[in-house]
Design a protein around this ligand. Structure first.
Ligand code: HEM
Length: 304
């Protein structure tokens, strides 16, 4: 009997999990801003899209570490995120905001909230693993993500991390033909993680410097891929992965030009802000994100 959860319940929960950090994002508080260009790869599945028919476009990106603590330990494995906003000539935006795990922790906001609630520390600063285990057992839609978490290794660099959109989106062509897809982003430098023994030797913070060094010495780029869904693939449940054999189509390639700076401060990487022809699915987790991000955006810009 899970109660209905509102966006603000998540904001309060994040505070209980990671503490109060006024002026910061209430999730993914620690991050690195970057800018670059998006070169589209036109394809018959996205014919007529403004996103793919205007040539090279400017991009602002923010790479992040999951959680609400802006001083989190980068040696720890776990969630890494990426927000990307592509600026179209007509002033509209297309946002891609994803994480490094391929499957979400829960079929709906209530399940995700219930799972996170088991991680709230008690007065001694410790959470109860037995409580978390019991919740996972009773809520099968959390299991795939929990399994990922169990074996996840520390990201070596944002430039060596793959990011997954997790939700389903649609593109509708002018002739009415619909493309059902989920996106993910592949790093041109390859996916690299650190073994625990390697991570232990790293300083608490290394992601910004590692990225800057890579940017100086080589080209950092990412290819945005779309997996094309079949009728039986869920479009409302981000805890259900689609079969890996689904056709893959490139949407284009993002090449990073600069990193650092404050350009991301005033950006809300709301995944429902997307360009003409694209529509979000009815996934309740995806819907909840817009509301939660808006609350967080308002709070952090007003110093809360
Ligand atoms: C109910 C589910 C979710 C809630 C309540 C939630 C909440 C939030 C909030 C409040 C922020 C801070 C926004 C801001 O201040 O600009 C945020 C950031 C972020 N979230 Fe979520 N999120 C959810 C699901 C997801 C999912 C499914 C993904 C990945 C596919 C994701 C990836 C990210 C990333 C990458 C950021 C950082 C964006 C940036 O750099 O500005 N979140 N989330």
């Amino acid at each position: 009997n899970d109660k209905t959860i509102q966006a603000n319940d998540f904001i309060e929960l994040f505070g209980k999990l990671g503490g109060q950090h006024p002026g910061y994002r209430k999730a993914h508080a620690k991050g690195l801003c970057a800018s670059g260009t998006f070169l589209p790869a036109p394809s018959k599945y996205f014919t007529g899209s403004q996103l793919l028919s205007n040539g090279e476009l400017p991009v602002t990106m923010r790479f992040s570490v999951g959680g609400s603590n802006p001083n989190s330990d980068e040696k720890s494995p776990g969630a890494r995120g990426m927000g990307m906003q592509i600026q179209l000539p007509n002033g509209s935006l297309h946002t891609f905001t994803g994480n490094n795990f391929p499957v979400f922790a829960g079929k709906d906001p209530e399940t995700f909230y219930g799972f996170l609630s088991t991680l709230i520390p008690d007065e001694n600063g410790k959470s109860d693993p037995a409580k978390t285990m019991a919740y996972i057992k009773q809520h099968p839609s959390v299991q795939a993500n929990a399994l990922w978490n169990k074996t996840a290794k520390t990201a070596a660099s944002f430039a060596n991390t793959e990011f997954f959109g997790l939700h389903t989106f649609y593109f509708e062509q002018t002739n009415g033909q619909k493309t059902k897809f989920r996106w993910h982003i592949e790093p041109s430098l390859g996916v690299k993680t650190l073994e625990k023994s390697e991570a232990d030797k790293m300083p608490t913070e290394f992601l910004v410097d590692t990225f800057a060094k890579q940017l100086k010495n080589e080209t950092i780029s990412f290819t945005i891929m779309a997996s094309l869904g079949e009728a039986q693939d869920s479009d409302i449940d981000p805890s259900q992965q689609w079969p890996s054999e689904r056709p893959q189509v490139a949407l284009g390639k993002v090449t990073i030009k600069t990193s650092g700076g404050e350009a991301c401060k005033n950006i809300n990487f709301d995944p429902n802000v997307i360009s003409a022809g694209f529509t979000p699915s009815a996934d309740p987790v995806l819907k909840m994100r817009s509301q939660a991000y808006a609350i967080s955006f308002g709070k952090r810009l007003s110093g809360q």
